[in-house]
Design a protein around this ligand. Structure first.
Ligand SMILES: [Zn+2]
Length: 132
């Protein structure tokens, strides 16, 4: 039993891994966001692509993303705020801080992310970073 990297307090098997394994699709925007963070910790680029809105999918080389995700030490996720993004919604917003450590020391990504439902499934659309 391993605590889920997303910090939900649940085990990974009961939390993000059931989404990443493809057994279930996240029911809320926050669950999707958490599972994407956990996918980063696993350098699971396939899942990151699968859960991104096709309209905003970047041309970034998946191998580069994978190498980067592997090169850092993931320290944790803090969800600051959510708006809509529930089972009955079509859009949602999640504000979070993801912490990691790289060659330069501790880093964080503070982002307000937009999610929308496509064919019934939550997808990550875009995010805007807060620079601190
Ligand atoms: Zn989780």
């Amino acid at each position: 039993m391993t605590a889920c990297p997303c910090g939900s307090g649940d085990t990974d098997a009961n939390c993000c891994l059931k989404y990443i394994s493809g057994n279930e699709w996240p029911k809320t925007a926050e669950q999707l966001m958490r599972s994407r963070y956990t996918a980063f910790t696993l350098a699971n680029v396939d899942y990151l692509n699968k859960t991104q809105d096709p309209e905003t999918r970047s041309d970034q080389n998946p191998e580069d993303l994978k190498d980067w995700a592997k090169s850092v030490t993931w320290l944790g996720l803090e969800v600051l705020r959510t708006s809509r993004g529930k089972a009955e919604d079509q859009k949602g917003v999640v504000e979070f801080i993801a912490r990691f450590k790289d060659d330069q020391g501790p880093q964080q990504i503070h982002e307000v992310s937009q999610f929308r439902r496509i064919a019934g499934r939550w997808m990550y659309s875009t995010g805007s970073h807060h620079d601190e």
